[in-house]
Design a protein around this ligand. Structure first.
Ligand SMILES: [Fe+2]
Ligand SMILES: [Fe+2]
Length: 308
């Protein structure tokens, strides 16, 4: 982009809940993430404090803070995780962000919420603790660097590092990872490790192996499956994601993630189903559909600015 907005312009846009459309504010938040400075993280943190904002926007902001990895925002993330009156999806994302930042000092609060009543919260806290402990072993971090670092081609800090692949052929690798992914007796952290390894294989076969994860009993697990399918952007998964979005009995967090994944994949199937749910009774779902449709527009009309 030739005329990149200043930090101040991005702050004004992000905090102007009344007048800036959510798609434009989401775009501003991602520009701040790319900018990456501590000052940019402070702007995101200020926006995350605004409780009147939607849970879609605030959970996205918490996610971005985890990705930016500035320790300075940990106290805010802890305060929100600790607030029983705040939104469960936002609190889940704060716990995940604490794991992504990876300070050992966060383990205490994460431990406390490992026995919380909401599975979205206690499962996330358990995974975050496993990640921090995993990173604590310098051997693990060395191995990670040997494999090109945790960000890989997807440029995301994942809640679990991809498991190393041992099978000899591509088909056997997918099978082996799928078995680990769906092993209900394994920890979610280890199942996530298989999930991110399947994502990194980035084939139609590995994407369809991930789709089987929608059968799992954990909503957190299913929402992560939808998230990685969005990262992979394989049109072969559009039907399965549409089925998730259409399922009104599914958790709103999973349907939201399916909507965003469809926005990343694009195409006719995605546009149709997203349009169908722009008035869903769950605010987080309807807003996700608007944002996703906007992203599809944005990419199919490269000269247009991302706004509603
Ligand atoms: Fe999430
Ligand atoms: Fe999300």
């Amino acid at each position: 982009m030739s005329n990149q907005p200043s930090l101040e312009e991005l702050r004004v846009c992000l905090l102007d809940i009344a007048n800036s459309p959510i798609a434009k504010r989401t775009h501003a938040a991602f520009l701040l993430r790319t900018e990456g400075s501590n000052e940019a993280a402070t702007i995101i943190a200020d926006a995350l404090r605004v409780r009147e904002d939607s849970s879609l926007m605030r959970h996205e902001l918490a996610y971005i803070l985890g990705q930016m990895q500035h320790d300075s925002v940990c106290p805010l993330l802890e305060t929100i995780l600790d607030d029983e009156n705040d939104d469960v999806i936002v609190r889940h994302e704060c716990a995940e962000a604490l794991g992504a930042i990876g300070k050992e000092g966060s383990i205490d609060i994460l431990q406390r919420y490992c026995s919380h009543e909401a599975p979205e919260i206690y499962e996330t806290c358990q995974i975050a603790i496993d990640l921090i402990n995993w990173k604590k072993s310098s051997q693990n971090v060395q191995k990670e660097h040997a494999h090109g670092g945790s960000r890989g081609e997807y440029l995301s800090v994942d809640p679990a590092p991809p498991v190393a692949v041992t099978a000899a052929t591509k088909e056997a690798t997918v099978e082996e990872l799928q078995a680990k992914l769906m092993d209900a007796k394994a920890s979610l952290f280890n199942r996530y490790r298989a999930m991110f390894a399947l994502r990194n294989l980035n084939s139609d076969a590995s994407a369809m192996a991930l789709v089987t994860g929608f059968q799992d009993s954990s909503a957190l697990f299913r929402h992560e499956i939808a998230y990685v399918l969005g990262q992979m952007q394989r049109s072969v998964t559009a039907e399965a994601l549409s089925t998730v979005l259409r399922n009104l009995d599914e958790h709103a967090m999973v349907r939201h993630e399916a909507a965003e994944a469809l926005g990343a994949i694009g195409g006719q199937v995605a546009v149709e189903v997203l349009t169908e749910f722009t008035h869903d009774k769950e605010q987080v779902v309807q807003e996700s559909c608007h944002v996703a449709l906007n992203i599809i527009d944005y990419w199919s009309a490269p000269t247009a600015e991302a706004s509603e």
